[in-house]
Design a protein around this ligand. Structure first.
Ligand code: NAD
Length: 290
């Protein structure tokens, strides 16, 4: 079994980006600048945003963290987004999800300028992705693609099963895997909470991508011998043996599934770091698209 080491792969990507940033600086060009808006922020969101800011430092980007109070109004947040849309110093920005319940995520997604939407969530960018046009690809699915590419996993003609149809992970993942490209050209089955015979369908997958948001949901009996398994899920569960009091686990029962598959991504250290690397790639391309 080969471990799809997202941590190591993300480090490689960050080194490559750092080299490109050095060249940009040497040529007197603008240093890429990523901003992140965090509204309120439970422990997990704060950790994710801090990891993104830290990654900017590593690759030589400038970064700005806009931390807004959880009680901020939707209007104030939209005004802040407008400010960043019109700030020439900022090349791309993200609004960390989830948002407090009183704020409409769809409105927020639409408010971010497609030119600065480095998370790749805006409908214009999703549309371009579907049409295979150059654009910002959604960070997590693109991180998975990059991981498959760097591990030379053949996707063409393979049966890929994606579990979960969210707008930010499962649905774009299924489109990217089916697109005419490399990685891509897979025959894709997109499954979700209303899918009948989920177990049987998963067991036919050459490539199984779990983005279901349920801890240890994918068990060994759902996996074909020799399959490639990508675990997108992240869950914090209590663990008194850890200093922090918790540990991270995924959507896949790693201990048992890893005995059956040819490749598997771990949690932590799999798709998580690749998502951040993908965000860095998008921010660099924000400069290049300009
Ligand atoms: P979501 O809750 O928006 O979507 C989950 C999807 O799973 C839904 O489409 C639902 O239909 C499907 N589902 C739920 N129960 C099911 C069942 N019993 N059978 C089949 N399908 C079922 O979640 P999301 O935002 O797509 O995230 C999924 C997971 O990935 C979460 O654990 C999240 O924390 C994690 N995540 C990780 C990263 C990363 O960088 N690694 C990024 C985003 C999300």
């Amino acid at each position: 079994m080969v471990l799809l080491d997202g941590k190591k792969t993300a480090q490689d990507i960050q080194l490559e980006i750092a080299e490109k940033v050095k060249c940009l600086k040497a040529d007197g060009k603008k240093t890429p600048h990523l901003a992140a808006i965090l509204v309120g922020g439970d422990g997990a969101s704060l950790t994710y945003v801090n990891a993104k800011v830290k990654a900017c430092e590593k690759v030589g980007f400038e970064s700005t963290l806009v931390h807004i109070d959880a009680t901020t109004s939707e209007e104030d947040l939209l005004n802040k987004i407008d400010e960043l849309n019109n700030d020439d110093a900022i090349d791309g920005f993200i609004v960390q999800l989830p948002l407090p319940k009183h704020i409409d995520e769809a409105k927020v997604t639409l408010a971010v300028s497609p030119r600065k939407d480095v998370d790749g969530f805006h409908p214009e960018n999703i549309g371009k992705m579907c049409l295979n046009l150059p654009t910002f690809l959604p960070a997590t699915p693109n991180g998975v693609l990059e991981m498959l590419k760097r591990y030379n996993i053949e996707t063409s003609g393979k049966h890929c099963v994606v579990i979960g149809r969210s707008h930010i992970v499962g649905s774009p993942m299924s489109i990217l895997m089916a697109r005419n490209g490399n990685p891509g050209n897979a025959t894709v089955t997109l499954t979700h909470s209303r899918t009948s015979n989920l177990k049987e369908i998963c067991a036919t997958a050459d490539i199984l991508i779990a983005a279901v948001g349920r801890p240890l949901f994918v068990t060994a009996d759902m996996v074909k011998e020799g399959a490639v398994v990508v675990d997108v899920g992240i869950h914090r569960v209590e663990d008194s043996s850890k200093k922090s009091g918790f540990k991270l686990i995924g959507d896949v029962d790693f201990a048992n599934v890893s005995e059956k598959c040819s490749h598997i991504s771990p949690v932590p250290g799999g798709v998580g770091p690749m998502t951040i690397a993908s965000l860095m790639m998008n921010t660099l391309s924000a400069i290049e698209l300009k």
